[in-house]
Design a protein around this ligand. Structure first.
Ligand SMILES: [Zn+2]
Length: 85
């Protein structure tokens, strides 16, 4: 795991997990944007190949997409759906 920034130093922070059809967690993304920074930092465990990567990316539009440097597949950071009551 990388050293993550403090939430109060970020203007965007999300932590998502990705599950397969059996409900097992197969991938993970932490995506954040530091205040005053124009790039996003990310840490990912790829849901397709299972490898870890981290780095910085420029993301302009939602939904944000992170490309795995190992297998080249793209993971989308969907908007969090509101929980049903
Ligand atoms: Zn991958």
């Amino acid at each position: 795991m990388p050293k993550l920034p403090k939430i109060e130093d970020t203007e965007y922070f999300t932590n998502r997990t990705y599950k397969n059809e059996e409900g097992q967690v197969i991938g993970k993304i932490i995506l954040y944007k530091l205040k005053g920074d124009d790039k996003f930092g990310f840490y990912m465990i790829c849901q397709y190949c299972g490898k870890e990567s981290e780095g910085k990316v420029e993301l302009k539009r939602r939904p944000y997409r992170i490309k795995c440097p190992h297998c080249g597949k793209t993971t989308t950071v969907e908007k969090i759906k509101p929980k049903k009551k």
